[in-house]
Design a protein around this ligand. Sequence first.
Ligand code: YXS
Length: 259
Amino acid sequence: MKYIQIHLDKHIGTITMNHPEHRNALSEVIIDEMINAFDELKEAKARVIILRAYAGAKVWSAGHDVKELPTPGRDPLGYEDSLVRVLRTVQYITTPVIAMIDGSVWGGACDLAFTCDMLIGSTNAQFTMTPAKLGVPYNASGLLRFMNILSVNAAKEMFFTAQPIEAERAHLLGILNHLLPADSLESYTYDLAEKISRNSPLSIAAMKESFRLLANASPLTPNMFERIQGLRRKVYDSNDYREGIQSFLEKRRPVFKGE
Ligand code: YXS
């Protein structure tokens, strides 16, 4: 694999994102490799999986590959979108996944990290939710995930301001399970993973799947879903959506006109 490294040692799997040139942006290629890596570790009976960036990375992941966002008129986070596919993989694999974070996390990569079962970060960890900066209407399952982790007002602040949440505050808000100095992050994470690997995989698998079902148990009527989709379609059909992507590609600040 080109951008993903896999390692398995005594039931503890590690998936390392390794695309420094593009700050581990979640392109179709890296996502397909990541999904294969989860499948391989599941096959190999890993009892816990750690998802991390390459050693020394200042950016854990720069989020969805903006160059792969669809042109206006197509849902940028549809069911078959690569980011959405890997989020489902992390949710449905019954092996616990720990996000080990020692750098900045952007946009859809925040959703990937939040979808993991635990987040362990260093003081370098930072989380920035960017859809509003790019003119992207985030999707219902993503918003629900943030609401399950954060208070609604903290989730709204993340999405509406597109400003970074630093490590200390991320720990305070419950995003990070543990906050460590950078030089003890790895040993602490693998030590916690080892404790999980000693427990019953069957019991953990049943509880992880139950957590998933219960977390998504909020009743969403077809009418509610269609209303959300209608609201989102207006946005990804808009000129502002086009401007958000264009401004990123031209490395300039976006000028949104609300149309
Ligand atoms: O121009 P070259 O070829 O050298 O490549 C540059 C960047 O274009 C590329 N890159 C990305 N390419 C595609 N998608 C990305 N998200 C992305 N991020 C970076 O990586 C090369 C190095 O980038 P550069 O020079 O900016 O690195 P840096 O170290 O100065 O800054 C690192 C970052 C992460 C602060 C900076 O790259 C950045 O702000 N990236 C964009 C972060 C972001 O806005 N991500 C959200 C993507 S959209 C998304 O996730 C969802 C759709 S949503 O928005 O709804 O959550």
